[in-house]
Design a protein around this ligand. Sequence first.
Ligand SMILES: [Zn+2]
Length: 412
Amino acid sequence: MNLDVNRQRLIAEIEELASISDAEAPAVTRIVFTPTDLKARAWLISHCEKAGLAVRQDPVGNIFARWAGTEPGAPAVGTGSHIDAIPNAGKYDGVVGVLGGLEAIRSLERSGFRPKHSIELLVFTSEEPTRFGIGCLGSRLLSGSMSPDAARKLEDKQGFSMEEVRRKAGCHGSLEEVKLPDGYFKAFVELHIEQGPLLEQQKVPIGIVTNIAAPASLRVSIEGAGGHAGGVLMPDRRDALCAAAELVLAVENAARTSGAPDTVATVGICEVFPGAVNSIPSKVQLSVDIRDTCLERRDAVLCAIEAARQAIAGKRHVSIREKLLNADMPAQCEPSITKALSDSAAKHNLPFVPMVSRAYHDSLFMSRIAPVGMLFIPCRNGYSHRPDEYASPEDISRGVIVLAETLVTLAA
Ligand SMILES: [Zn+2]
């Protein structure tokens, strides 16, 4: 079988999709269910139909483009990613897995290959949390990781409910219909840019993901007592920011002492009230993001933070409340799929390395209902979620050829 990638057309398509954006080029902004997102979806569907794929959309807007196999009743082999983009993002995050997946299917069609298992290209709704505050909305619902009731309660910043927004966007039916039946997919493989610098530094074109780290996130509210910065003497203070400072260091320490380099923890937001130079901070809100490839270790960090919370609150006479926003399970990629990926790379003489995905992806949730695999291609300087995100046409083609070859193994 002779597999070839139509690189010129694929790159032109990536550019064309990037032009459907609410930000000025080269930046891309495409928030789920905005008119721009709907235009991009329509554009993509027409390209899938031109490739002879049968397209359907589920009630949350996940797009399925199917190439029927010779045994259409057998479990399908899925590939795909997302096309939504955070404000002021780049052209490649998600898009490489969607348009690259489409080109992998077209290259298989051109080669004369006929799959036994149907091959489906998936475009997941709202991988980015921009609009509804939660990432991977489509894949969470598909995999039953989120209940339809919880999804219906989501609201955007304007106060529009997810239910309202999706219906206005033309997604009909009930969210109960989104979850896929068990055994729907035989395998799911996602191609993605690395979003980190390792492949580029090691000069290796292909990363084969073995584990996907999962985040837990907390919102922490600290309440002490405010007052005049001159008037209240130190022994009488209940400074919320000083308590927050201790907690931030406790978060860092919990990750540093976990015993594994895969544990990371970040306080990315610190809002101080009232925020005046001559006023003692009375309230602070913190965000905490903890990630690990091992659930026990990640949860041990959560416990360490909880112990620090109690100790600091007691010592400083402040109230500290924690709200767990989400705690997802890390995933392991399926060894038979990582083997299919590495065999495919070797067949095309492409060096590869095993990797951990430290960002999370729709594959994390797909792993609840299907064996999954992921492959990474390099991106310049590891930059992602910014307008200068870049993956070279050569690297994209290499990822697509390895994906196509892997689909042959999985769907034959
Ligand atoms: Zn992505």
